[in-house]
Ligand binder design. Structure first.
Ligand SMILES: Nc1ncnc2c1ncn2[C@@H]1O[C@H](COP(=O)(O)OP(=O)(O)OP(=O)(O)O)[C@@H](O)[C@H]1O
Length: 339
């Protein structure tokens, strides 16, 4: 009778970004950040607004990233963030409590405790009917892969906190590898490199901008980006300096982290049963997550591993789209949804 009060919400609760789909449309796509008042514990800003405050707050305010390495690190902040965003987007009724049917994605390498934290915070944020889906499965659905087919498909999802590598067949994850090396680690590598090589101190946002503007996984790009200039204080003199950065430097800075991802993919392939391995060689490997946008990454991996790599159409949204599709067709996808 009150089904008009039920709203369907799909959530990609990522370390770097949160994407919320309401009734089929992306309504929130913002950084997973909150600013909280230290003394009253009240929420001051959310998402993009909170990101603007990162590194700029005074003592009374604290800017928090509630997720680290793909999982909830600060439970209270995560709940505040979810509740805050859901308040922004859902209908309110003063007479009847609203009812949210939710699907939230979780990393495939998460522990039971970590998953419970997601479930509880979603329920406390008014989710009456909460389901979960593993991120690589959601990414595969988002890329249009038939996850229930009797065929193996490998997904490599390079997010902010984790790189998830999974082989999916018959609606389940057959091989799974999750490493805590992804976009945030690349950003940190760049900060370190700039400090060592150029004696310049830069913040997280600037390092991320370098990665986005001139980020590359190889120093031999066919279509290289122009240099990107950053300014900041010299480490020793504190005087302002301006440094132009070229893509080869970023490739050098993140080399070790990319190597770790290569090894993890090789390791996952080694653990894959032979029939599924043959499918993967035939179908290629699918890349999703923001890290898939690093220039030359697909070509580099292809060369190293000898299997073609396909990048998702919109890598940053593949997981969210898949979560939304699984929610919309929850009967069809009941095998991949769990509570
Ligand atoms: N053009 C780009 N080139 C390289 N990296 C990028 C680009 N755009 C975004 N990123 C990086 O992608 C990461 C975010 O990706 P994504 O939104 O897939 O992760 P997430 O879902 O929030 O994280 P996780 O899956 O670990 O919880 C960030 O580290 C961001 O800096």
């Amino acid at each position: 009778m009150f089904s008009f009060l039920t709203e369907e919400v799909a959530i990609d609760l990522g370390t770097a970004n949160i994407i919320i789909i309401l009734n089929d449309k992306i309504v929130i796509n913002e950084p997973s950040i909150v600013t909280v008042d230290r003394s009253t514990k009240k929420l001051v800003a959310l998402g993009t607004e909170a990101q603007m405050m990162l590194g700029r707050t005074h003592d009374d305010l604290v800017t928090i990233r509630p997720l680290r390495d793909g999982v909830i690190a600060d439970y209270n902040a995560a709940e505040k963030m979810l509740t805050g965003f859901l308040k922004k987007i859902t209908k309110r009724s003063s007479i009847f409590p609203r009812s949210l049917k939710m699907v939230v994605c979780v990393p495939s390498g998460g522990t039971e405790v970590e998953m419970r934290a997601v479930r509880d915070s979603a329920q406390n944020a008014q989710g009456r009917d909460v389901y979960m889906i593993y991120e690589p499965v959601a990414a595969a659905i988002g890329m249009g892969i038939d996850v229930s087919a009797p065929e193996g498909n490998m997904i490599v999802d390079i997010g902010g906190g984790t790189t998830e590598i999974a082989v999916i067949a018959l609606g389940g994850i057959v091989t799974n590898k999750s490493i805590r090396v992804a976009g945030d680690e690349f950003t940190q590598d760049i900060t370190e490199y700039m400090r060592h090589q150029h004696n310049i101190k830069i913040g997280e946002r600037t390092a991320e901008q370098i990665k986005i503007h001139v980020g590359a996984a190889t120093s031999e790009l066919e279509d290289p980006p122009g240099e990107y200039s950053v300014s900041g204080p010299n480490q020793i003199t504190s005087l302002p300096v301006n440094v132009p950065v070229v893509y080869q430097e970023v490739a050098h800075a993140i080399e070790k982290s990319i190597n770790k991802i290569e090894f993890a993919i090789l390791d996952a392939l080694e653990q894959t049963p032979p029939e599924l391995y043959a499918d993967i060689v035939r179908n290629g490997i699918y890349l999703a997550g923001g890290g898939a946008l690093l220039r030359g990454l697909d070509k580099r991996l292809e060369k190293k591993i000898g299997i073609p790599f396909h990048i998702a159409e919109d890598p940053l949204k593949a997981v969210a789209r898949g979560t939304g599709i699984a929610l919309k067709h929850s009967k069809k996808y009941q095998a991949v949804l769990f509570r």
